[in-house]
Design a protein around this ligand. Structure first.
Ligand code: ATP
Ligand code: MG
Length: 398
């Protein structure tokens, strides 16, 4: 029985000191992700990472690992003593335990412990013939086998692994610094979060709500989205900003065509303040080029005008269909499509400007006390902490 999982990781470019940091971060993230499985241990030895199941079931642990960025491959494995009989028995058990049973295989042995009595080539042959002799309907194919059975003989034991499941790739969360995600209740911003997490950014989130124009349910929906994102991100601080006063003033004092533009400028100013006070180095939005009126290049210029902080737009080149596909895959879609209003939809003008001007936006804001409005909103911001839900009850055998 497989009672170990070998984790493959590593970007090709990783070298030297970076590698150590990458590995330690990944190790920590995997440990955290699996912390609800009692008895499970994650170890780094000989430049590789292993999960020891210690009686916990394989599949739910594998499912968790598939959400840990930095993990490239996941291979259920077995460890036996470095003794030929034991290795042969384990190899056979591994091949016969696979469902579906492979029709072709090859053995790829590596003798890391040179005192072992057979060379790598000999091990390939010995195991290959043992499997052939004891398994019906199986053949060796050295070019394109359905199963590559890898065998690593070390002094402390021999590892055997067959299946190779893909992980999500990317970089371990936390290895690229921290970002502030502007999280709406829509489909796009959670997907944007997924992509910055994939490149190793730790996530902080900000949401603007306009109670009572928007309901408590709408706010709860955003908390639910952030909760889902904790599967990939770990703990998330969600900063909830009261936006009613600002929206009301914009509606009173600015032409309706510019409402969204100016609202966005306020959102960015406030998000930047919150980013700075939470050590985040960039903002992230779910904008995609040309998707709606406020996502033209002109709009992006006007929005960027109020900040010097980078605004990352990971979805810029994606079509809505592609974004929706990812949102289904990461589990946010069903929540995103719940019909609660967002502060932008409540105040959506009939004819929003598609080519807003920087000068014009600045001039329109002259009638508002921008600094005070921003500071008041920041001061009234609430912070909600969302933690990963554990799966202990569901899967624990104890
Ligand atoms: P989404 O599906 O992410 O809501 P969208 O297609 O509806 O995006 P917009 O409503 O124009 O597009 O919003 C563009 C981006 O601005 C969002 O992806 C999000 O990053 C940010 N944003 C919009 N509304 C809010 C909000 N209420 N709070 C925080 N960020 C917001
Ligand atoms: Mg939206």
């Amino acid at each position: 029985m497989s009672d170990l999982i070998l984790i493959r990781y590593g970007e090709l470019a990783l070298k030297g000191k970076n590698r150590n940091q990458f590995e330690n971060r990944l190790l920590q993230n995997i440990r955290e992700k699996l912390s609800s499985f009692s008895g499970v241990q994650v170890k780094k030895t000989f430049g590789r990472m292993f999960v020891e199941l210690n009686g916990q079931p394989m599949d739910p642990v594998v499912e968790e690992l598939r959400e840990v960025f930095g993990v490239v491959g996941i291979s259920p494995a077995t460890r036996v003593e470095s003794d030929l009989d034991q290795i042969q028995a384990a190899a056979l058990e591994l091949v016969q335990g696979l469902d579906p049973r492979p029709r072709t295989f090859k053995v790829i042995a590596k003798r890391a412990w040179k005192e072992f009595s057979h060379t790598s080539q000999e091990i390939n042959h010995l195991l290959g013939s043992h499997i052939l002799k004891n398994t019906e309907g199986i053949q060796v194919d050295v070019h394109q086998p359905e199963l590559s059975l890898r065998v690593e003989v070390r002094r402390e034991g021999t590892y055997l692994y067959g299946r190779d499941l893909s992980g999500p790739g990317g970089l371990p969360v936390g290895s690229s610094g921290r970002v502030m995600l502007m999280l709406s209740g829509g489909i796009d911003s959670p997907v944007a979060a997924y992509y910055v997490l994939k490149r190793g950014a730790a996530l902080e989130a900000v949401h603007f709500h306009s109670y009572p124009f928007t309901s408590e349910r709408a706010r709860k929906k955003v908390e639910d989205l952030a909760q889902i994102l904790t599967r990939y991100a770990g703990k998330i601080h969600l900063h909830v900003v009261p936006f009613t006063e600002i929206q009301t003033q914009i509606r009173e004092k600015c032409p309706s065509a510019y409402m969204i533009t100016i609202m966005r400028r306020f959102m960015v100013r406030i998000s930047e303040e919150l980013a700075r006070s939470n050590q985040a180095l960039a903002l992230v939005t779910g904008e995609s080029l040309g998707q709606v009126a406020s996502q033209t290049l002109e709009s992006m210029n006007v929005i960027n005008d109020v900040t010097r902080m980078p605004i990352l737009r990971p979805l810029v080149g994606m079509d809505k269909q592609e974004i929706m596909q990812v949102s289904r895959k990461i589990g946010t879609y069903e929540t995103s499509i719940l019909p609660y209003e967002d502060c932008c939809t409540v105040f959506q003008p009939k004819y929003p400007v598609t080519r807003p001007g920087v000068e014009r936006s600045r001039a329109l804001e002259a009638s508002l006390d921008v600094e005070r409005l921003v500071q008041d909103a920041v001061a009234a911001t609430e912070c909600v902490t969302l933690k990963r839900e554990t799966t202990q009850e569901e899967f624990s055998y104890f």
